[in-house]
Write a protein that binds this ligand. Structure first.
Ligand code: XMP
Length: 253
C-alpha cells in the first residue's frame, strides 16, 4: 500500500474525498444532446454529489460548453467537495498538449486523461506541467470498449529492449516511468486488470461498469481503485437510487 506521504497532491485529494463521501465512484457527466446541458450538469452534481468522489467530464460537455460554463461546473463540483477530471484522452505534440492542459486547469479541472501514444517525453512534460499546479495526469492503459484489444492488445517491438511486447505493457511502463497520477483500465477487461494490478504502484481508474458489462464487485477483486460510471446512473429512471447502489459497492478500503 502506498504511504500517504508518497501520494501526489491529486492522489491525496481524491483519496481524502473518497473517504469523506464514502465512495470510490466517479460520475461520468455524459448527457445526450437532447438535454438542457447546463441544467443537466448542475442538477446532476447537486443531486448525486453525496454518492460520488469526483466528476469526469468528456466531450459531451467540453465541446458545447463555453469556458464560463465549464468553470461554473467545476466550481459547483468543488463546492460539494468533488474532484474534477477532464476526459479528453489528449494525444498531441507537447506544445499543443501544454496549451490544452493550461486551459483545462484554468477552468478548474484537477486532472486530465491523456493517451500515452503521445510518447514518453510528451507524457513527462504533461505530468510536470500539472504537478506544478498540484493537478494530475491519468494515462490510458487499456480501454474498456471491445475494440481495445485491436490496439492496446497489439504486439509491438520495444526498441529499448529489442523485445516484442503488448502495447498496454509498454503504456503501463511509460505511465509508471512518467510518474502519472493514475491509469485507466476498463473494469470489463478482467484478465488485464488483474495482471496490471499485481505489478502497478499507481491508482487504477476503471470505466466500463454497467452498460459496458463491467461489475464493481469483480473489478474490486481485480484491483480497481476508482470506478467511472456514466449511463448506468444518469440514464436510469432514478439516478440517485442507482448512484447509492453503486456507492454501497464501492466504499473506500
Ligand atoms: P458509461 O456510460 O459507459 O460511460 O459508464 C463511460 C465514460 O467513460 C468514458 N470511457 C473511457 N474513458 N478510458 C477512458 O478514459 C476508457 O477506456 C473509457 N471507456 C469509456 C466514456 O467515453 C464515457 O465518458
Amino acid at each position: 500500500m502506498t504511504r500517504v506521504s508518497d501520494l501526489t497532491p491529486f492522489q491525496k485529494r481524491i483519496t481524502e474525498k473518497s473517504k469523506l463521501k464514502n465512495s470510490r465512484i466517479i460520475l461520468s457527466l455524459d448527457p445526450t444532446p437532447s438535454h438542457d446541458l447546463k441544467k443537466f450538469a448542475m442538477n446532476s452534481i447537486n443531486q448525486l454529489q453525496r454518492h460520488v468522489c469526483a466528476v469526469k467530464i468528456n466531450f459531451h460537455l467540453i465541446l458545447p460548453f463555453s469556458a464560463t460554463d465549464l468553470t461554473e461546473t467545476t466550481e459547483l463540483a468543488h463546492s460539494h467537495g468533488l474532484e474534477c477530471i477532464a476526459d479528453i484522452k489528449l494525444n498531441d505534440i507537447t506544445n499543443t498538449n501544454h496549451i490544452a492542459i493550461q486551459y483545462l486547469m484554468e477552468m478548474g479541472f484537477d486532472a486530465v486523461i491523456v493517451n500515452p501514444l503521445m510518447g514518453k517525453a510528451a507524457l513527462k512534460s504533461a505530468v510536470k506541467q500539472t504537478h506544478e499546479k498540484n493537478c494530475g495526469i491519468i494515462a490510458l492503459t487499456y480501454m474498456s470498449h471491445p475494440g481495445a484489444r485491436e490496439y492496446y492488445g497489439a504486439k509491438v517491438f520495444n526498441q529499448r529492449t529489442g523485445r516484442i511486447i503488448s502495447m498496454y505493457k509498454m503504456f503501463l511502463a511509460m505511465a509508471m516511468d512518467a510518474k502519472v497520477d493514475g491509469i485507466v483500465v476498463g473494469a470489463n477487461q478482467s484478465d488485464i486488470l488483474r495482471e496490471i494490478s499485481h505489478v502497478r504502484r499507481i491508482p487504477i481508474f476503471s470505466p466500463g461498469i454497467g452498460i459496458q458489462g463491467g461489475r464493481i464487485d469483480r473489478a474490486i477483486k481485480n484491483g480497481t481503485d476508482y470506478f467511472i460510471v456514466g449511463r448506468s446512473i444518469i440514464a436510469s429512471a432514478n439516478p440517485v437510487k442507482e448512484a447509492r447502489k453503486f456507492q454501497r459497492l464501492a466504499v473506500p478500503y
